[in-house]
Design a protein around this ligand. Structure first.
Ligand code: AGP
Length: 604
């Protein structure tokens, strides 16, 4: 949470930083600020404002001469979203500024100590202590990177920190622990940022920074050291997508664009990994110990739903027991894991704190680990034994769409790989179906207009229920999550079989119920039809998302193409995404940056 950009080079720092912050605003958007070195050895120019980045932009002096600076968009943890709590935070002299993503867990202790030494705090944040500590150390060692190293040794918690000091103009120093920070290496200019989208229009060359590393960046040089003060060579990589991919490209919202990118995203996840004849090639996991007798999937939010959906195919094709657990729950218990447990973590960002901590917990218990991830070089894949990248391209909207579908596809690929030569697994048939999914999603998107129109008719509903069975159940959970986060409506997903065990009491006259029905051949179809009759009898207005083979007579049916029942969520989820999107628009909500949320949850 929080977007961070640092720049130094021959160009105006302010415009580079604001451009970067615009691209990072999805990470946090309750306040924003910049600090610029206008004149050596003089107080910095610091401007910060509560609210969206636009509020800050309207305050800025556009013709700043500064060539070095830092900028921040915030998702508040300590202290509300006010001008005072916005970053950057400065030391008493006004010559040093710090921005921070994460939580400094021992900040109160540090604050008391600093107050005893006469420092006056002006914010309620955990970050301000770092500014004072850094200024104290800088006074002693006269080296900003070394001062940062000494300060980091005293900090507990998770952080990305960037700092500038006007006594060393042309230098930006950064540090990271359990929170993202990448270097963008330009020509005669360099960047530090939470993710590569901040500098993608200026350079595609990036450097990965490891855990507890300190980086110093000038216009011509990047130096990295570890907490022990030893020099480290960062791993370089090239970004494979361009600035256009991180722009709205004519769509009214990033979410809509990303929904429409799903056919391509699925195709890109499959490319080179599967053939029509069912041959699976996953070189990424070749070196992994595949002698496992149990699979455990760990993830959060929508990625957790990908795990719940994938479990069915993974278990059926690999013939191995599969459990799926919320990473945030797993990390705080003492699970029974062995060397024969394969742990799969799923994360779009690769930086979700709970998933990262769950991964470390699983590793400490001896499990082998694979991550399914969309962000190259992020922490979770770096710390896993193997990684299967989803290649969905940048996902900017806070609500996850294309990342989810490609995560599910990645699990299918693993399931097929583990199911090679297992009795009753027809890999050729599965492969043919998988390869046809991009066209089938395309077909749904081409006929989605009536659904959009119909959704607006439900805009005043107080609650929406989602029903599914088998793989349709986690798909229903995802439909409900999307609606909550985007439309701010009460929404629940239920397993059809559970309806009579309690949830049916929620049905009132006119309650919208979205029911997912698999193909007519599936025994689940008949059960779902019974559930639908039960809720209709109690006044519900049902919207069925039904395989095109299903025989049912209802006023509102969204037909989706036929596929294998285990693969159906890939298709059924698309109308659910569109429903949530349209509902958010109809209710006047901010689709891409829903209230209280941030794209990447890098704090607990
Ligand atoms: C989905 O729409 C969410 N915004 C959220 O649940 C997200 O999927 C979750 O925070 C996990 O993120 P990750 O995939 O980056 O780990």
């Amino acid at each position: 949470m929080c977007g961070i950009v640092g720049y130094t080079g021959p160009n105006p720092a302010l415009s580079r930083i604001i451009e970067g912050l615009r691209r990072l605003e999805y990470r946090g958007y309750d306040s924003a600020g910049v600090a610029l070195i206008e004149k050596p050895a003089s107080p910095l120019q610091v401007v910060k404002r509560a609210g969206k980045l636009a509020n800050l932009e309207s305050e800025l002096v556009k013709n700043s001469e500064a060539n070095t600076g830092i900028g921040h968009t915030r998702w508040a943890t300590h202290g509300g979203p006010t001008d005072e709590n916005a970053h950057p935070h400065i030391d008493g002299s006004g010559k040093l500024a710090v921005i921070h993503n994460g939580i400094i867990e021992n900040y109160l202790e540090l604050k008391r100590e600093l107050e005893r030494r006469g420092h006056k705090f002006t914010s309620e944040t955990d970050t301000e202590s770092v500014a004072f500590l850094l200024a104290e150390e800088f006074k002693v060692v006269n080296d900003l990177a070394e001062a940062m190293r000494l300060v980091c040794k005293r900090l507990k918690g998770s952080f990305t920190l960037l700092a500038i000091h006007s006594d060393v103009p042309g230098l930006v120093v950064g540090a990271r622990r359990n929170s993202p920070l990448v270097v963008g290496v330009g020509t005669g200019e360099n960047f530090l940022a939470s993710d590569v989208s901040a500098f993608i229009s200026h350079t595609k060359s990036a450097l990965e920074l490891g855990q507890d590393e300190i980086v110093s960046v000038t216009s011509s040089e990047v130096k990295v050291m570890n907490l022990a003060g030893e020099s480290v060579s960062p791993k370089a990589y090239e970004i494979t997508w361009d600035a256009k991919a991180a722009e709205r490209g004519g769509y009214s919202h990033f979410m809509l664009k990303e929904i429409f990118e799903q056919p391509k995203a699925i195709a890109d996840t499959l490319i080179g990994r599967i053939t029509e004849s069912g041959l699976i090639t996953l070189p990424e996991i070749e070196k992994l110990n595949l002698d496992f007798d149990r699979i455990l999937i760990l993830a959060c939010g929508t990625a957790y739903h990908a795990g719940l959906i994938g479990k069915y195919a993974l278990e059926e094709w690999s013939k191995t027991p599969v459990d799926v657990e919320l990473a945030s729950e797993f990390r705080y218990r003492n699970p029974v894991l062995s060397k024969k447990t394969l742990v799969i973590t799923i994360s779009q960002s690769g930086e979700t704190m709970d998933t990262l901590m769950a991964l470390r917990h699983a590793k400490s218990l001896g499990a082998s680990t694979i991550s399914i991830c969309n962000t190259i070089g992020s922490t979770i894949p770096r710390e896993s034994d193997a990684v299967l990248y989803t290649h969905a391209g940048p996902e900017i909207a806070v609500a996850s769409t294309k990342a989810l579908l490609t995560q599910i596809v990645a699990i299918y690929l693993l399931a097929m790989n583990f199911g090679k030569e297992k009795a009753g697994v027809d890999l050729k048939k599965i492969a043919t179906e998988l390869l046809s999914l991009p066209n089938k999603v395309e077909e749904i998107l081409e006929t989605v207009e009536p659904l959009r129109e119909m959704t607006r008719g439900y805009k005043d509903a107080t609650s929406v229920l989602f029903l599914g069975r088998q793989v349709g159940y986690p798909a229903a959970l995802e439909g409900a999550l999307k609606l909550k986060e985007l439309a701010y409506m009460h929404a629940e997903g239920f397993a059809g079989g559970e309806l009579k065990h309690g949830p049916i009491a929620l049905i009132e006259n006119g309650t919208p119920v979205i029911a997912i029905i698999p193909s007519e051949e599936s025994e689940i179809a008949a059960k779902m039809k019974s559930n639908i009759q039960e809720v209709i009898a109690r006044g519900a207005k049902v919207i069925a998302i039904a395989d095109s083979s299903v025989k049912i007579d209802l006023p509102t049916i969204i037909r989706i193409p036929t596929t294998l029942d285990l693969l159906q969520p890939i298709l059924a989820i698309v109308p659910l995404q569109v429903f949530a999107y349209e509902m958010a628009v109809a209710r006047g909500n901010d689709v891409d940056q829903p209230r209280n949320l941030a794209k990447s949850v890098t704090v607990e």
